[in-house]
Ligand binder design. Structure first.
Ligand code: PMP
Length: 355
């Protein structure tokens, strides 16, 4: 039988799929790695499993214990999935700018969720990471996963994501493009690919233009889970040790507009329903590919699904509030001739939906 004895055995080995329509005629093929195919729905299943297994081995997480983490959502889902399977409790602190869908999913897995203000300096006791550390210390049997500074985060990618890409491309990958949140993905995957290729693979960091990682001022931006913002009152800004900046050969920086419109195009033109950070990565990869030839091969990591952002990136009103256009990326405006520019609302369905 072709079966898995455990759900966690189904983590990883995600597909690599060629982009066909959004690459603007680049000669170099661009392949996307579909991390939303993981059983918890994101790339973070990989590190959840690796961090929990290492903590169990080290005796830091004991039977009946409680997993605690400050997370923008996906790491929480991965941890909640592993916790449900192994009988641990879990508590997550989450910044309020995270989407409502992510909070609802965590609660559906049985986790306790504490929503913390997004707009406070790192030193503030209400900051996501301060609250997580406090809850872990005060909970008997509590273990703080601490993806930001846990070596088992990049290690998961060094052991799984990197080797998968090398094998799937038959060693032909020339460029890896990834966003940087905790930095675990780009660090572990990038370090493996550089090592195995004898330094031939170029690692490109796809970063929001305000992010301090690539030299921005740390001001706010709308794309979730990547980049590094810096609150104006933060005194001592520290970067996660899961991120090894020297792994990045160059950055490609994107505005919210480029990232979010690219995410919407991926759904409509490639059938890939992915989140805003995937939009940042693909927008960067398309620019990288434009300067390459047919013997190069670009791999882009797509961290999670657009289903996490139906009330944000894929909500026209939310996009308009950011001052972003919603019509020019519609298939009706360009690709499908003969259709009216706008399909009128159906009043009966609208009324029914609200009742
Ligand atoms: N995109 C999404 C949607 C994520 O959840 C994360 C992880 N926070 C990232 C990108 C960045 O990955 P990493 O933390 O490994 O840098």
């Amino acid at each position: 039988m072709d079966v898995h004895a455990s759900l966690t055995d189904a983590v990883g080995n995600t597909p690599l799929v060629r982009l066909n329509r959004v690459t603007g005629g680049a000669l170099a093929p661009v392949y996307v790695k579909l991390e939303y195919v993981n059983p918890g729905g994101s790339v973070k299943d990989r590190i959840a499993l690796s961090m929990v297994e290492a903590a169990e081995k080290a005796g830091l997480l004991l039977p009946g214990g409680t997993i605690v983490e400050g997370t923008s959502g996906n790491t929480g889902v991965g941890l909640a999935m592993v916790a449900a399977q192994r009988g641990y409790g879990c508590v997550f602190t989450i910044p309020e700018k995270s989407s409502a869908e992510k909070v609802a999913v965590l609660r559906a897995y049985g986790a306790e969720v504490i929503v913390c203000p997004s707009d406070v300096p790192r030193e503030d006791p209400r900051h996501v990471r301060s609250v997580a550390a406090r809850v872990a210390a005060e909970t008997p049997g509590g273990w703080l996963a601490n993806q930001y500074d846990n070596p088992d985060n990049p290690r998961a990618h060094y052991r799984t994501t990197g080797p998968e890409i090398w094998r799937q491309t038959d060693g032909r990958i020339s460029h890896l493009v990834s966003g940087i949140g905790t930095g675990g993905t780009i660090t572990g995957t990038g370090e493996y690919l550089k090592e195995v290729s004898g330094g031939r693979v170029t690692v490109v960091g796809a970063d929001p233009e305000a992010s301090v990682y690539s030299g921005g001022d740390g001001g706010p931006y709308a794309v979730e889970s990547i980049g590094h913002a810096r609150h104006p009152l933060t005194l001592q800004d520290t970067w996660p040790t899961s991120y090894h900046p020297e792994v990045v050969d160059r950055f490609e920086r994107n505005s919210d507009r480029d990232s979010l419109l690219t995410a919407r195009r991926l759904a409509r033109e490639e059938g890939l329903l992915v989140g805003g950070s995937a939009g940042t990565a693909v927008a960067a990869a398309v620019r990288v590919a434009a300067g390459l030839g047919p013997d190069d091969l670009v791999v882009v990591l797509l961290p999670d699904s657009g289903r996490n952002y139906l009330s944000k990136v894929f909500d026209d009103d939310w996009m308009r509030q950011l001052g972003l256009p919603v019509d020019e990326d519609s298939p009706r405006s360009g690709h499908a001739e003969g259709l009216p520019a706008k399909v009128p609302d159906e009043p009966s369905r609208e009324a029914g939906g609200r009742a």
